[in-house]
Design a protein around this ligand. Structure first.
Ligand code: 13P
Ligand code: SF4
Length: 307
């Protein structure tokens, strides 16, 4: 049943012509009031199709930046200003610039979980849903893949003809899962299929029945004939799937896969952002035109190759 605060949010967003975007890692009560829900690729593309005055991103900072870059004339707010992705902050543009000077013949592929500043020195972005497809289409066989070495290693396995250089970055949440965690949950649920995000360690991806993005995992589970699944990504996905498919059983690969940043956003944050849309108190993404122009190049390239 819809709560009072959810009703107020739905009313306010109508009055203010705002669109709420929620990453699938958000809690159920946030997903319920969102206009668009999905993985990072789906959200960035969906945002371009709305004719609204403002977007409110329930997710992490780089996602709001991506929406701003794709719709620079619109106002974009991050519902909780402290929600950042630690992976996005792991590498500085100067460091990548130096590597490019050492190996200028590599195409620099950036996971979308990066800051806009870092994107300015990269050639093309990818999301977990599009990484293999886009890297396959890049004519150059020599790639520098940043920052997630687990996703990069997964792409390398799918594309053995490519020479993909990796750096030691990645998602601390997904990388926390070990083979011991997998063995323990497999022992409890031996018939369950294992579905994991490619941000997990390579040995986990290797042992899984399916590796894919957030939306890929959800689609696989919905459409599969199987009845039991071990979910190797943020624990909200296990909950969303359990709610959507009550005739199936979903188990967390590990309760450690809880992204504290994704969980910062509350209904009160969304409500307050809507209330404060016009008085300067909301957390609005501010980016100068030059930064948008430079960082957008690799996002446009992602949409061109991934669409
Ligand atoms: P998706 O690209 O699957 O949405 O993942 C985003 C993310 O932050 C994963 O941790
Ligand atoms: Fe970043 Fe990992 Fe959280 Fe995704 S799950 S937002 S990659 S810290």
């Amino acid at each position: 049943m819809i709560s009072d605060i959810q009703k107020k949010i739905l009313q306010l967003k109508k009055e203010k012509n705002a669109v709420i975007l929620a990453h699938s890692y958000q809690a159920k009560e946030i997903v319920e009031i969102a206009d668009e829900t999905g993985d990072s690729y789906a959200l960035s593309v969906a945002a371009t199709k709305h004719d609204c005055d403002a977007f409110i991103m329930c997710g992490v900072h780089f996602m709001a930046e991506t929406v701003k870059m794709l719709s620079p004339q619109k106002r974009v707010f991050l519902a909780n200003e402290n929600a950042g992705c630690p992976m996005a902050e792991q590498m500085e543009p100067e460091m990548i610039q130096q590597l490019k000077e050492k190996e200028p013949d590599r195409t620099v592929v950036a996971y979308i979980n990066t800051t806009a500043a870092l994107k300015t020195v990269c050639d093309v972005c990818v999301t977990s849903a599009t990484a293999v497809k886009i890297c396959r289409q890049i004519e150059n066989n020599k790639i520098l893949f940043i920052p997630d070495c687990n996703l990069g290693s997964y792409v390398q396995k799918q594309l053995p003809d490519k020479d993909i250089k990796l750096l030691q970055g990645g998602c601390p949440v997904h990388a926390s899962v070990t083979m011991a965690d997998l063995e323990a949950v497999k022992k409890r649920h031996p018939d369950a299929l294992v579905l994991v995000h490619p941000e997990c360690r390579p040995e986990i991806a290797q042992a899984a029945d399916y590796v894919g993005s957030t939306s890929g995992i959800m689609k696989f589970a919905r459409e599969s004939e199987a009845k039991e699944f071990i979910i190797g990504t943020e624990i909200s996905i296990t909950e969303h799937l359990q709610y959507e498919c009550p005739d199936k059983e979903f188990y967390n690969l590990s309760k450690k896969i809880l992204c504290p940043n994704m969980k910062l956003t509350t209904l009160m944050d969304v409500y307050k952002t809507l209330l404060n849309l016009d008085n300067g108190k909301g957390f609005e993404i501010q980016m100068d035109d030059e930064l948008i122009k430079k960082a957008r190049v690799c996002i446009d390239e992602m949409i061109r190759l991934g669409g």
